[in-house]
Ligand binder design. Sequence first.
Ligand code: UDP
Ligand code: MG
Length: 349
Amino acid sequence: MSITATRESVPRTASSLHLSPDVISTPYLSVVIPIYNEEESISTLYTRLTTALEELGCSYEIIAVDDGSRDRSFAILREQAQQDPRLRVVRFRRNFGQTAAFSAGFDRARGEVIITIDADLQNDPADIGRLLAKMDEGYDVVSGWRARRQDPFFSRRLPSIIANGLISRITGVALHDYGCSLKAYRAEVVQEIRLYGELHRFIPAVASWQGVEVAEIPVHHEARKFGQSKYGMGRIVRVLLDLITVRFLLSYSTRPMQIFGLLGLLSMLGGLIPAIYLTAIKLIDYSVSIGDRPLLLLAVLLIVIGVQFISLGLIGELVVRVYYESRSQPIYAVREEINQAPKVREVTA
Ligand code: UDP
Ligand code: MG
């Protein structure tokens, strides 16, 4: 039996990961970087990251996930990876999004602790030590908080402040900055969570709900020097929709009737009130015509359609979840890998 096969037959629990025979040769830290068209930043990032990691003095691997870049990002990564076996590169077939990139990194990470960091030099690798120190205090997830965030106010910071407030309220896990990519996780925590959509930002909420300790520390943040942000205002809507999903999955996924039933009752009530009102008018004065009230029709129609859409969306989310979890189908497709290490987790066949 090959080593890989033995590893893959080990169940994916925390203790078995630690007890696996090759634990000594695996690195302590895995740094996961999502990369989409960041050719100008990669070399500087690599230098600053390796300097910071060398200073920490622990064993590490860097997993750079090229999310279908159309610039020279992959070529630069390949060149560096040929000189440094600790740099592992995964190249996607197309752009699958930042969540998929994180997911591929987590699937491949062998370290006990996983660090995520953006490739655009907005996060400072020198902060990694502080994340780890916080983790040593007994936390399983330590999230960075861009306390002095260097992004435009109206298009970035304001939506982010509102989103963080909403997410904190709705998930019950109060963090200042869900969107900061610089985070540290205990590997077993993050590897148990299946990711899709824009869900990577909700990992602390989901993890905390599973009973792990989440902390937050302020980290540095710099303005983007090269390239452009990969996101526009559309992200706000996507994050809001994901928030509804997360809330739903956290509280109602095991008893969908609680929410569907409630919505159904509410909508029936919303329909009954105008219906009773119209019936009453008709009964009091038979000559009044109630069939020509377009506004009323519109209101009823909108309510019904709204309810239908929400319900369908939630059922869809459940189906998607079942689909991904039962087939353990990854949410990305890989073109090639450099410095590929034996898999610890089961990924694609
Ligand atoms: N990114 C990615 N795939 C995408 C979009 C972004 O891998 O489809 C990477 C990007 O290269 C960067 C990180 O995710 O390393 C964060 O993206 P960006 O800086 O554009 O987001 P912002 O800082 O504006 O929130
Ligand atoms: Mg950025």
